[in-house]
Design a protein around this ligand. Structure first.
Ligand SMILES: O=C(O)[C@H](O)[C@@H](O)[C@H](O)[C@H](O)COP(=O)(O)O
Length: 268
């Protein structure tokens, strides 16, 4: 029997602005809460505009979502549009392909149609791939100059990167493109495509998931500030949307800011 979240996840209130840092005892308790948060934003989006657009990231999110989303009762993904916040330029059958991982581990278990998954074309050069993916995104969001995703799920590396936006990289200053190529990623594989800040920060809701003690120092820097330029993850500040940081106790170990602990009803 899996541990259940110690609060009804649907009680996560919707706030239009402000960052919420929510600490769970462990990743095992965070997972179900994340799934309920996804489902609640999906319900809202389907009511508001008949479709739910979700941006996915790699890392530990793949296994967490693949375990928790199919476990939700009555999850209907028939009107979902799933895209990728970033993707590695490798064939889909390569173990490094984020799309490949989600296809095998998640999409095969939920009723999202093939047409509801917006993937890159890994046969193209990295430059063409970014242009092609940007075009696909714009076609999928015809009413918007810059696509506005209902929900983006992000991870953060130990260097503070998010998407494929790495510290001190020129792509951090990109203002024109919604998707950019990167061919010198410090984390392999070197060739990737990534959403840029102008698009990320227009999302209606952004949720970071970060767990484990190895993330504690960088999490402190990102959430509480430090010397030098802001790390990429700290530059995710949705202009009109919600921002959640869902973390576990080991990752939160160095924080001194006020956080929410859903085990304590008084803080919700
Ligand atoms: O493309 C990649 O190389 C990874 O996807 C990477 O960006 C990952 O998302 C973060 O490092 C967070 O990883 P965790 O979720 O495992 O903390």
């Amino acid at each position: 029997m899996l541990p259940q979240p110690s609060f009804p996840p649907s009680s996560i209130p919707v706030r239009m602005s402000g960052r919420r840092v929510v600490v769970f005892p462990s990743a095992a308790e965070l997972g179900p809460a994340l799934a309920h948060l996804v489902a609640s934003r999906a319900d809202k989006a389907l009511l508001d505009h008949g479709r739910f657009s979700l941006g996915l990231s790699g890392g530990s999110l793949v296994s967490m979502l693949s375990k928790e989303l199919p476990a939700l009762p009555d999850l209907d993904c028939s009107h979902w549009l799933a895209g990728f916040c970033d993707e590695r330029l490798v064939p889909f059958n390569d173990g490094e392909s984020t799309y490949g991982l989600y296809k095998n581990q998640l999409f095969s278990k939920i009723n999202i149609p093939d047409s509801g998954v917006l993937a890159i074309d890994p046969s193209l050069s990295v430059q063409e791939c970014a242009e092609d993916y940007a075009r696909k995104l714009k076609e999928a969001f015809p009413k918007e100059d810059i696509p506005v995703f209902d929900l983006l799920l992000l991870g953060m590396g130990p260097d503070g990167h998010t998407c494929s936006l790495f510290p001190d990289h020129p792509l951090l200053e990109e203002t024109q493109k919604i998707v950019a190529p990167i061919s010198d990623s410090p984390k392999p594989p070197p060739q990737r495509v990534t959403m840029t800040f102008p698009m990320v920060n227009l999302a209606r809701c952004v949720v970071f998931v970060s767990t484990g003690g190895s993330k504690a120092p960088v999490l402190k820097q990102v959430l509480e500030g430090g010397e030098g330029p802001a790390l990429p993850a700290a530059r995710v500040v949705p202009s009109h949307g919600e921002l959640f940081w869902l973390i576990d106790e080991p990752a939160a170990a160095s924080l001194t800011l006020q956080v929410e602990r859903p085990g304590s009803a008084a803080k919700l």
